[in-house]
Write a protein that binds this ligand. Structure first.
Ligand code: NAD
Length: 401
């Protein structure tokens, strides 16, 4: 047991502390929302690679508590040490397992490096032992580095434009200071490195491994998440290094469809939300704060749970979301709708430190960011010491291996 008062400690776009009770409380809220209404159709067994935070966690929650699926999660976590909390995903995983088991659902979690062969072997062995075949594999990793399982090389991704410098503006979400940014274009090596980390090779390796281990059901589906975004973000996202990696996911999806069937694999374009991964992308926090305000004004705002619900409902209940020319499922139509993007284009040149609170929802963006780490949750007394080592609010994970 290690008891401490936990407060946010922020360095740039990273918070190095997490509040166990806050993480659990927010997860419980997601679970409660996912339950209504309960769906009687959907996948029976779901594997979520990158399932401890953000879009992966929301999809795992909807699969388990909205559709009654058994789930296996894979994520990379930092365990607690005396006086130092764990990563938010570590608390989320344990709270998720406890909640799923309370409802009689299987929930197993493997914590470690999803890019490794060990991860793939461990998950396949766990599924075989449990006598399970997976109906849906969700690939939701967002990682800065990848050690290649074949070569041992450590690849590092970068978030840079390609071909020309990107000149735009960014915000310090804590001070509200809006300042110009100029990001130099990536070298060909940096582009290749980013594709090696965030491209489709690892997704293909997962499916290949699971298929050889015979733990994929007939007619299984696999989804990988992507982002297209509005034109303001294109130089740094869609047309930048990360966009090249996402285009590589499209290549992998088409290869997987050729191997496993025309409906087996899809890339899904989702809307921008606040996550640890998206907060690290230059320009995106200011765009995201403006987007929050504009989408709320038009009454079309969605969070990760809304998107995950629409995704699984679309696939398993009624109509699949629209497919684009690259055969991706699109759930970003509200973000990219003409009125929303026109309004963003109108306010963007005017945004300054003096008016960022009027033209964007920087305050709510801050709260969402704090929420990622269990902070900023109403009703929690953050001056009270908490047990960091997992007790009633965070039980040990199953350590599936
Ligand atoms: P996130 O940071 O909230 O989640 C990333 C997940 O990956 C976590 O569970 C983390 O533990 C796991 N992970 C990272 N490295 C790992 C490793 N080596 N081994 C095992 N697990 C590892 O990110 P997110 O924003 O939810 O992103 C998930 C996906 O959704 C990404 O493909 C991202 O591009 C996509 N997406 C995000 C947004 C957005 O606005 N956040 C929008 C559209 C699409």
């Amino acid at each position: 047991m290690s008891v401490a008062i936990v407060k946010p400690r922020i360095r740039g776009f990273i918070c190095t502390m997490a509040h166990p009770v806050g993480c659990v409380r927010l997860l419980e809220r997601q679970i409660a929302r996912a339950k209504h209404p309960l769906r009687d159709t959907g996948p029976r067994t779901v594997l979520v690679i990158g399932g401890s935070t953000g879009y992966g966690l929301a999809t795992r929650v909807v699969a388990a508590f909205g559709h009654g699926a058994d789930t296996v999660g894979v994520s990379f976590e930092r365990a607690p040490r005396p006086g130092k909390p764990a990563s938010p995903g570590w608390y989320n995983n344990r709270a998720f397992e406890a909640a799923a088991r309370r409802e009689g659902r299987l929930a197993l979690t493997w914590e470690g490096d999803a890019f490794s062969s060990e991860a793939k072997q461990a998950v396949a062995a766990t599924l075989r032992r449990a006598g399970r075949q997976v109906d849906l594999v969700v690939y939701s990793l967002a990682a800065p580095v990848r050690r290649h399982p074949g070569t041992g090389t450590l690849h590092r991704s970068v978030l840079k434009p390609i071909g020309a410098p990107f000149v735009s503006k960014s915000v310090d979400i804590w001070t509200g200071e809006v300042s110009p940014v100029e990001i130099a274009p990536a070298s060909p090596e940096e582009i290749a490195e980013t594709i090696a980390v965030m491209g489709g090779e690892d997704w293909e390796l997962w499916i290949d491994h699971l298929s050889r281990a015979d733990v994929l059901s007939d007619g299984f589906k696999t989804l990988a998440f992507s982002y297209v975004g509005g034109p303001l973000t294109w130089p740094i996202y869609r047309d930048g290094t990360i966009g090249r990696a996402k285009a590589d996911l499209d290549r992998s999806a088409s290869k997987l469809r050729a191997a496993f069937g025309s409906e087996a694999a899809r890339v899904v374009a989702l809307k921008a939300i606040v996550t640890q991964a998206s907060a690290a992308i230059p320009v995106v926090p200011l765009y995201g704060a403006a987007l929050m305000k504009v989408m709320a004004a038009y009454g079309v705002e969605e969070d990760s749970l809304d998107q995950a619900r629409r995704l699984l409902d679309g696939i398993y209940r009624s109509q699949e979301p629209a497919l684009d020319a690259e055969q991706r499922l699109r759930l970003d139509e509200y973000e990219l709708s003409q009125p929303v993007q026109t309004e963003i284009d109108r306010i963007w040149p005017k945004l300054t430190s003096a008016n960022v609170g009027d033209f964007s929802d920087i305050e709510r963006f801050r709260t969402h960011f704090l929420n990622l780490f269990g902070f900023g949750v109403a009703g929690i007394d953050y001056d009270r010491p908490v047990d960091l080592m997992a007790t009633d609010h965070a039980r040990p994970a199953s350590n599936a291996s």
